[in-house]
Structure formats: C-alpha cells, structure tokens
Write a protein that binds this ligand. Structure first.
Ligand SMILES: [Zn+2]
Length: 90
C-alpha cells in the first residue's frame, strides 16, 4: 500500500527466515506448545528473541513482564519466548 507497509512485511519475512534458521540449526526449541496461542509455536530464548527483534534482552524481559509477548520457562528455569507473539508485536 505504501513504502512503510512494504518495509514492515520485508522485515517480517527476514525475521521468519532467521527463526527457521534457528530452529533448523537446533539452537531453538523446535516447536513448543504455546498455551496462549493455543497452538504449536517456535520458542526461543530471551537472548535469541532480543537478537531477532534487535532490542536488548532487558526489553524482552520487560515485554514478558507486561504480557506484551507470550513466554514460559524451560526445564532449567530460563525464559523462553513465543516467536509467534514476538513477530505479531510490531
Ligand atoms: Zn504464543
């Protein structure tokens, strides 16, 4: 529709590719059940989420605390973030 909108779509495509690379590379939990999405969604660590969105890790933690993105904790108690909610929050 306009240039800004096109740029947003391009950026989302790039992020999707990054997520697929992370998942295929085995560094992300392949597909986990996100209870908030109610469906399977790739889950990544807070650090990976920060890299994907280009923000500091503390921003990811803040978004999780404010319920802006979906999250859970892995078996070791580390924060993991729902990529679906991460990408829809733009
Ligand atoms: Zn979710």
């Amino acid at each position: 529709m306009n240039i800004t909108r096109r740029t947003g779509i391009t950026r989302r495509r790039r992020i999707t590719v990054e997520v697929e690379r992370l998942v295929l590379g085995g560094t992300a939990t392949p597909v986990s059940w996100c209870s908030e999405c109610g469906t399977g969604a790739p889950m990544v660590s807070a650090e990976q989420a920060a890299t994907l969105r280009g923000v500091p890790v503390r921003a990811i933690r803040r978004w999780a605390n404010s319920r802006r993105i979906h999250f859970t904790f892995d078996g070791a108690g580390a924060l993991v973030v729902c990529v679906r909610s991460l990408l829809s929050d733009e």
